[in-house]
Design a protein around this ligand. Structure first.
Ligand code: ATP
Ligand code: MG
Length: 418
């Protein structure tokens, strides 16, 4: 049996980096007052169709959707924002305090063509903030991303930002975009042609090279912002500059989901080839209301955890984990004792393994080497009878003899002192 295409195991050999990222992310979110939320992996299809948008890549072709036994259409979550918005509304969180700051870490599912940096089950580190319209929160989220990457020792990442405007700026932009697209019609792919009526903004996010080339001179949302959106974006840029966060204004950045308004951004790396986007985020001021809540501004980002790990693998060599102590019991009485000792030593902070299989001394020493044990405790029935258990330092090959009564105390003292 094998995993299905686009799905993969993350094995213990590589888990250290995942845990390191999770630890740093949680610490940072904690420092800034973000609370963890855990949402279901499965939701009604309608939630994603309505929030992400019908004419998007995700909803059109990437979702894992199936009929439940009673005929409900269900979908494995392709992203987290929609579910967190649903949760915010379902639990009427806005009533007690509309300002909420969440994070979540977990798997997402999209049926894309698998390749390096693109999987069908992948992981995201997601942050969402509700109830704050101020541009300072946009800045803070971009700052948090760059701060996390800095703490992880990553360089060579750049923040691309854009403003997509609001429903007030859209009509003038859409008109100018449509006029431009009409003139390029013969160069656009079928998908884009279909989207011209439904959602022309999506065309700016098309991944087909010919389309990309055709639209390099497309009008920019930035030239159509209303005064309020202009002021908002100016504050974002000014504050980022003051905070020393480098950014690039990228007028071609529109992001692949329908619900975005105003600030949108992506963190890109030059070291991952085609899959260059490590994180993406944006404001979605209309979404809470769209999904049935009160008018509430919202903003968030998602880090592509798998891609982040791939960037980190380029700079970090996995640390070898060594064992503090390997117990080599020879004989049944010794095994029983060894088992009891290990139950005391592990909680005391001495990483201990023992062999349960009654192997020969030679085989046991071989395994101790393989596990990179710093010390080996040799406890045969002989040693027990003489009350002289042998502790061998595997680096220096020195040996000492220990008494059973004070064994645990002595072991902790010796092993922890080095
Ligand atoms: P892309 O343009 O690469 O398809 P996206 O715009 O679809 O990305 P988002 O929905 O913004 O991606 O998700 C945020 C992040 O999640 C992306 O920047 C990326 O790092 C990661 N991501 C998205 N899809 C995948 C996938 N199939 N496999 C691995 N990571 C992914
Ligand atoms: Mg995508």
């Amino acid at each position: 049996m094998q995993t299905i295409r686009g799905f993969r195991d993350i094995l213990p050999e590589t888990i250290a980096l995942w845990q390191k990222v999770e630890k740093e992310a949680k610490r940072l979110f904690d420092e800034f007052g973000f609370k963890e939320i855990r949402i279901p992996v499965l939701e009604k299809t309608e939630l994603f169709a309505r929030s992400i948008g019908e004419a998007t890549d995700i909803v059109e072709k990437e979702m894992y959707t199936f009929d439940d036994r009673k005929g409900d259409k269900l979908t494995l979550r392709p992203e987290a924002t929609a579910s967190i918005v649903r949760s915010y509304i379902q639990h009427k969180m806005y009533a007690s305090d509309p300002v909420r700051k969440f994070f979540m870490i977990g798997p997402m599912f999209r049926r894309e063509r698998p390749q390096k940096g693109r999987y069908r089950q992948f992981y995201q580190i997601d942050v969402e903030v509700f109830g704050i319209e101020s541009a300072y929160i946009d800045t803070q989220l971009i700052f948090l991303l760059t701060e996390l990457f800095k703490r992880l020792g990553l360089t060579g990442l750049s923040a691309h930002i854009n403003s997509l405007g609001c429903p007030d700026c859209r009509p003038s932009f859409q008109a100018s975009l449509l006029k431009f697209l009409e003139s390029k019609k013969d160069r656009l792919c079928e998908n884009c042609l279909r989207r011209m009526d439904k959602n022309p903004l999506r065309i700016l996010d098309c991944k087909v090279l010919d389309c990309k080339n055709a639209i390099v001179d497309a009008p920019s949302t930035l030239d159509h912002l209303c005064p309020a959106c202009t002021g908002h974006f100016e504050t974002v840029k000014k504050t980022l500059e003051k905070q020393g966060v480098d950014f690039i204004i990228d007028k071609s950045l529109v992001r692949g989901l329908d619900y975005y308004t105003r600030t949108a951004w992506e963190i890109q790396t030059t070291t991952l080839g085609a899959q260059s986007s490590v994180a993406g985020g944006g404001r979605y001021d209309g979404l809470v209301q769209e999904l049935g809540g009160p008018p509430t501004p919202g903003i968030g980002f998602a880090i592509g955890f798998d891609r982040l790990i791939e960037v980190m693998e380029q700079i970090e060599t996995p640390k070898e984990i060594s064992l503090d102590l390997f117990i080599a019991p020879l004989g049944d009485t010794a095994l029983e004792k060894a088992y009891q000792w290990s139950c005391e030593l592990n909680p005391a902070g001495i990483l201990t393994e023992l062999d349960f299989r009654g192997k020969s001394m030679k085989a046991l020493m071989k395994r101790a080497d393989k596990l990179k044990a710093r010390y080996v405790l040799i406890a045969g029935d002989d040693e027990l009878a003489k009350d002289a258990i042998v502790l061998r330092n595997m680096t220096t090959k020195d040996q000492v003899s220990l008494k059973i009564e004070t064994l645990i105390r002595e072991l902790i003292k010796i092993i922890k002192s080095k």
